[in-house]
Design a protein around this ligand. Structure first.
Ligand code: SF4
Length: 445
């Protein structure tokens, strides 16, 4: 068996992050902590003294990719002393069995143990597992103008296809004051857009020291109060079953809450929703969409939809298509069911062959592409605020940016705007899913 040496000193780190926004936010926060104790980012993994792989378990393919990367580290560590840490959902799921299968891994830290990476960098060697999840003080990465603010972790819902409740554990909510402190800090740093983040973000439920319960609508209101010059406040991912009338009122009332809502429907079939354990049906979805449209006529949606769930029929696929036609998203994450070891759906009868799943997915995608284009065309008029993100690859005289509805905009401009500004852009036409426009005037934020 290969023997690996530890580095004499730990000065350079390397991060690889896979999976969801929560992983990205946690990696960024940990990077800031490592910088805080004097480490610097390595330019490539081969030069790091400590490498950290933040993993995702949501699909087998995500884990396979990490296994490939862990394999690469075996070679790197043979030539170069290094500490290799595997953290995140895959670490939580496989625990020490991961280390047995991969002796090049020095530490396996589950979702509750991420802060121990800082201790490793400080030279500590032995650890006990933590039983509960802890939020970091700050998730900001220097220079970001668009950033995530984790507000809750975990999930109590146990959708039958999802590994998250097993890897992230039960729901826990970040203290209100910690969220507000971070939002004020982000405003002071010139951040333009924040996304409140959680696996089931609208089930936020924090009980303060005086016994007062703060639910998601109240949290959102309080965040708006302290947001200063932050342009848009977004949140993801909400669960349709937890989308209350009170939350709709806050979205309507608060100007800073972006009028673009992610509503993960997953399916439009009542039977499939039931065996997915989603705890809503198509009637509830339609009522919710209608209420949101009545409260905020300009609202737009994005969604997640899964096809090819075990035993799904062509008629049930058509129900999903109908729901998508009703929702008329401007963007969507469309995917087909893949068995996930450790989830009940993997054991269900009626697994659908891959070629049929792929054909079903393609049929949904084809129809959605038409809807995306139609919805973008409806948006292509008037003057809108746009967060400038980069120079267009197709035309260096144009900037690319995103508007309140997360729409991609390419626009001509002058020297009065630069990347990371919020600009006022006149929308003129569309090309595919991109809105074309011209600078109207620079915003005075
Ligand atoms: S609500 Fe979301 S995170 Fe929770 S089990 Fe369902 S899909 Fe997974």
């Amino acid at each position: 068996m290969a023997r690996y040496k530890r580095p004499k000193t730990i000065e350079k780190y390397w991060f690889e992050t896979y999976g969801c926004q929560m992983n990205i936010a946690e990696s960024e926060a940990l990077e800031m902590q490592l910088k805080g104790i004097g480490l610097t980012a390595a330019e490539k993994c081969e030069e790091a003294d400590i490498s950290i792989i933040n993993t995702c378990s949501v699909r087998q393919s995500a884990e396979n990719r990490v296994w490939g990367r862990i394999g690469n580290y075996s070679r790197i560590k043979t030539d170069h002393p290094m500490i290799l840490v595997v953290m995140g959902c895959m670490a939580e799921r496989l625990k020490d069995s991961l280390k047995k299968d991969a002796p090049q891994v020095d530490y396996v830290f589950g979702t509750n143990d991420k802060l121990k990476i800082v201790d490793v960098a400080l030279g500590k060697r032995r650890f006990q597992r933590d039983e509960s999840y802890g939020f970091l003080d700050n998730y900001y990465k220097e220079g970001d103008v668009s950033t995530f603010v984790p507000i809750m972790n975990g999930c109590n819902n146990f959708c039958t296809y999802c590994i998250v409740p097993y890897t992230r554990g039960r729901e826990s909510s970040r203290p209100l004051e910690a969220v507000l402190t971070e939002v004020k800090f982000l405003d002071s740093k010139g951040v333009k857009e924040i996304s409140l983040l959680g696996q089931n973000v609208n089930s936020y439920n924090y009980v303060d020291e005086d016994g007062n319960t703060i639910k998601f609508p109240q949290l959102l209101e309080r965040v708006c109060e302290v947001a200063g010059n932050i342009e848009w406040i977004r949140f993801e991912s909400p669960h349709p079953k937890d989308f209350s009338d009170e939350l709709i009122e806050v979205i309507k009332k608060e100007k800073k809450v972006a009028k673009h809502i992610h509503l993960p429907i997953q399916s439009g079939s009542d039977r499939i929703l039931k065996i997915m354990n989603r705890r809503y049906d198509s009637a509830k979805l339609i009522t919710l969409i209608d209420k949101l449209r009545a409260a905020v006529p300009e609202i737009t949606f994005s969604t997640d939809v899964m096809v090819g769930f075990p035993s799904e029929t062509e008629e049930e696929l058509a129900d999903s298509q109908k729901m998508m036609n009703y929702l008329r998203c401007t963007e969507a994450f469309m995917y087909y069911w893949n068995p996930r070891e450790g989830t009940p759906a993997t054991e269900m009868d009626g697994q659908i062959p891959d070629d049929i799943k792929k054909a079903r997915l393609q049929s949904i995608i084809d129809r959605q592409q038409e809807i995306f284009g139609e919805e973008k065309a409806k948006m292509a008029h008037g003057v809108h605020r746009v967060l400038v993100t980069k120079v267009s690859r197709d035309d260096e005289n144009k900037y690319l940016g995103r508007g309140e509805h997360n729409e991609m905009v390419a626009f001509t401009h002058d020297d009065s705007v630069k990347i990371d500004d919020v600009a006022e852009v006149e929308y003129l036409s569309t090309k595919g899913n991109t809105i074309l426009g011209r600078l109207y005037k620079k915003s005075e934020v």
